[in-house]
Design a protein around this ligand. Sequence first.
Ligand code: HQG
Length: 180
Amino acid sequence: MNEKAISQYLSFILRHKPEEIGLTLDNEGWADIQELISKSQPIENVILNKDIIKNVVRNSDKKRFQISDDWTKIRAVQGHSTASVNITLKKLVPPSYLYHGTAQRFIDSIKEHGLLSKDRQYVHLTENKDTALTVGARYGKPEILVIDALKMHDSGFEFFQAENGVWLIKHVPIEFIAFQ
Ligand code: HQG
């Protein structure tokens, strides 16, 4: 079974387009697992069930999803674009520096506008350089930007952390970005 394809399908539905299958997410991003199963299309001929979903959630390298304590609900913990979801996030003091992986072809625009959240609700930052490299490589030749996170925080910007450790912020102005 192609767990990656299932993970990508769940990301698409739970982060971006629940309405595509007539699914409703609550304000915190939760979907009813049974409803998700009954409304989902087969993925590469695999019909979702609870065990498949549990395995995908458990094996997700980035811990992208969360299942509720009573095992009835599922949500994506970050990465949303859908405006119907507004997850309560932990507001935290960030480490001194955080990383953002991007593609070289975006650098000129980032130098002009800073980091924008684009289609998503937040700009995504990580403590892990390797993760940043992989994320950047999805869009072209990767480039790692170093963000002066603590200085930004001390200047009044709010940093949030998702359940899986990804750091989220609304915008990063250019003065806090070190270009290599
Ligand atoms: C770029 C993955 C031009 C930005 C990762 C990025 C992440 C600009 C792209 C999560 C720009 C948006 C999110 C500007 C930003 N001009 N380009 N001013 N500002 N950009 O996919 O951060 O595997 O929406 O650098 O781990 O790449 O899906 O964001 O290249 O946490 O679970 O615009 O997705 O997680 O791309 O990735 P995205 P992202 P998953």
